[in-house]
Design a protein. Structure first.
Length: 270
């Protein structure tokens, strides 16, 4: 067997969690990531018949039965992943009934998957229906997006339009817009179901006064998606108290659609 710490998916997870902490998005044990893995790739690094522990999943997702995930652990600090990946990360397999989880590697201190695991898996279920290439669910606490939820209307059309108007690239990077949930108790199936429902129509879901969920085909794309929205929120907070002299108009955003071959979410532009 190859050393799992050299696996491309492991190297990229370590790099991403370290970068997210450096950006200030994942203070203390804030934030979590789940990455859907290819079974064939996992078998290059692990004996998948060796199950270390079995947990109740806390939800039912038969469509994920047999799938493998690399997931950050509960209570773990992103800043420590690079130093002890086998403690802070775990490779998991959803059992055939879709209601249990088998640990194949990691959580070496006896820990388990993130408390937001149900929300992650529910989001995976919905995003895979939309795009089978969406393999990542990423949750973090970007400061500017979080602050924006205190001072901006949480209407999804208005929230999205504000972000689109802040940076030329925004409508190109997330033409499907941003969905928004009001404050809800985290770590519950209720917020998991609500987030998954929002994932049916957008790859970004803001949790008001908390953070954001993003999805994508890989860790790099998902990081960039959140990074772009966070930059737009930063610009908004810098100018929100000032008279607006210029903006990116709807006509200009239509030009961006044509130039980059994207289509804005229906009804979001005039």
């Amino acid at each position: 067997m190859k050393d799992v710490l050299t696996a491309p998916f492991m190297v990229e997870m370590i790099r991403t969690t370290t970068n997210m902490y450096a950006h200030g998005w994942d203070e203390r044990n804030g934030g979590n990531i789940s990455l859907l893995l290819d079974e064939a790739e996992v078998k290059e690094y692990l004996d998948v018949t060796q199950v270390l522990r079995t947990y109740e999943a806390g939800f039912s997702a038969p469509s994920l039965a047999g799938k493998y995930f690399l997931v950050t652990g509960t209570g773990k600090y992103f800043k420590n992943v690079q130093y002890a990946p086998d403690v802070n990360l775990g490779i998991l397999r959803i059992t055939g009934d879709g209601e249990h989880v088998e640990l194949l590697w990691g959580y070496a201190d006896g820990g388990k998957f993130t408390s937001e695991f149900p929300a992650h898996m529910m989001s995976h279920v919905e995003r895979l229906k939309v795009d089978p290439e969406n393999r990542v669910v990423m949750h973090c606490h970007p400061g500017n997006l979080l602050a924006m939820t205190y001072v901006h209307d949480l209407d999804e059309v208005q929230f999205t339009r504000t972000l689109w108007q802040m940076c030329t690239e925004c409508i190109v990077v997330f033409p499907d817009g941003v969905n928004v949930l009001p404050w809800m108790l985290c770590g519950t199936n209720e917020i998991g179901f609500a987030t998954a429902d929002k994932m049916k129509t957008a790859r970004l879901v803001v949790w008001a006064q908390h953070g954001i969920y993003g999805t994508g085909k890989d860790l790099d794309e998902t990081f960039g998606l959140i990074e772009t929205a966070e930059k737009a929120a930063e610009i908004y907070l810098k100018i929100a108290h000032l008279p607006l002299v210029n903006t990116i108009t709807d006509e200009q955003m239509h030009l961006l659609e044509q130039r980059f071959g994207v289509k804005a979410r229906p009804g979001y532009l005039n």
